[in-house]
Design a protein around this ligand. Structure first.
Ligand SMILES: Nc1nc2c(ncn2[C@@H]2O[C@H](COP(=O)(O)OP(=O)(O)OP(=O)(O)O)[C@@H](O)[C@H]2O)c(=O)[nH]1
Length: 352
């Protein structure tokens, strides 16, 4: 076995040693950068939306420095000046090469999922046209990435709805708390640096519960209840939230949405949109199904369960005040309608 093969095996082992999608993507670019140094690499997610393909930048590697959308969510909204080449590769479902004015080459490799659908593309800017051997190697590495990603996703998804499951949610909240905590301390050490403040993205977590679901089950049967859960999940995923916002099935008829929004009003509008969309949907047989939502900013809470607890408090308020409504935990606190969660135990027993 030559030196290069050992390096490739080492790198493949490295790629498959992580169970986190973002780390996996960074590790993919690290591997490719080690095998093909001094090339710029960009990994895009490809989504089909009403027949059109949408691109979002997942990670890039320039001069050996790797940045992922996990650390810098703004990447996702960056437009690529190379869209035309990328769309050509998607259309032909094959590698696409274009030369640039400064004598470089842009090479686009599509990555396919188990159904043969292109879910990502890798763009390499290079001085030399890759040899057939290099192209096969890159394709092979992309296949390892695709297969492994599918495996990770399978363990992270709920079987009934295909949404992320509860176990995945805890990890996501922890990551956001750590990230937001470090932004916060940066702001404290440099309070006048307006660039930092505008850069900070705010995350909002909403707990969403189908109203009177027991009655739906009782009147129409459990199977039909499952159908309602699937339809509500589908509605939430169908364009009402942004591509990179996340939806989880948290419990039986309970969901969690984690979304980015600049402020409370904006988050409120998005959650209202979700509520309205479900209320306006014509469900077969029962016609109308409503949901109640409580939400909170994921920011400085001590743990994921504290975040959920606060959003749950706002949800509890919505349920007690007529259902089919959205409430912000912070707003309820400001208005004196709820007490801080750490002081409340439902059933009217107070800890403090
Ligand atoms: N069909 C189906 N039912 C479920 C599932 N998980 C939980 N349930 C049922 O969902 C119902 C939830 O009822 P409750 O928590 O009492 O609340 P609700 O009737 O929705 O009333 P409110 O939440 O107060 O509006 C229970 O009857 C559960 O058995 C599931 O996966 N499928």
């Amino acid at each position: 076995m030559n030196h290069n093969s050992i390096r490739i095996i080492d790198n493949l082992a490295e790629i498959t040693s992580y169970h986190d999608r973002h780390v996996l993507e960074k590790s993919l670019l690290k591997t490719l950068n080690e095998l093909f140094p001094s090339q710029d690499l960009r990994l895009f997610r490809v989504r089909e939306n009403s027949g059109a393909h949408e691109l979002s930048l997942l990670a890039f590697c320039v001069n050996g420095v790797i940045v992922s959308s996990d650390e810098n969510p703004r990447l996702m909204t960056e437009q690529s000046d190379l869209s035309e080449t990328i769309f050509k590769a998607i259309k032909n479902a094959d590698v696409e090469l274009t030369s640039t004015e400064n004598g470089k080459w842009n090479v686009v490799y599509p990555a396919f999922d188990a159904n043969g659908v292109i879910f990502a593309v890798l763009l390499i800017s290079t001085d030399l046209v890759p040899s057939n051997g290099d192209q096969r190697l890159i394709y092979g590495i992309l296949r390892v990435y695709s297969n492994y990603l599918a495996l990770i996703e399978k363990t992270q998804k709920d079987k009934l709805t295909g949404l992320f499951n509860r176990e995945t949610l805890d990890n996501e909240i922890t990551k956001i708390l750590v990230r937001q905590g470090s932004h916060f301390s940066e702001q404290l050490t440099s309070p006048n640096d307006s660039r930092r403040r505008t850069f900070a993205v705010k995350y909002w977590l909403g707990v969403i519960d189908i109203d009177n679901f027991k009655t739906i089950n009782d009147n129409f049967g459990h199977l039909y209840g499952d159908e309602v859960i699937i339809l509500v999940a589908r509605l939430m995923k169908s364009g009402v939230i942004r591509d990179d916002d996340l939806v989880y099935r948290y419990g039986g008829e309970e969901f969690v949405v984690v979304l980015k929004a600049p402020d409370e009003e904006d988050a409120m509008r998005t959650f209202e949109r979700i509520r309205e969309m479900v209320a306006a949907h014509d469900f077969p047989q029962i016609n109308q199904v409503t949901i109640s939502i409580g939400f909170v900013e994921v920011f400085a809470q001590p743990s994921p369960s504290d975040v959920i607890g606060e959003a749950d408090e706002a949800l509890y308020y919505a349920k007690g005040n007529g259902r089919n409504q959205v409430h912000s935990y912070s707003r309820l606190l400001r208005e004196g309608k709820v007490k801080p969660v750490s002081q409340v135990v439902h059933g009217d027993i107070e800890l403090f």
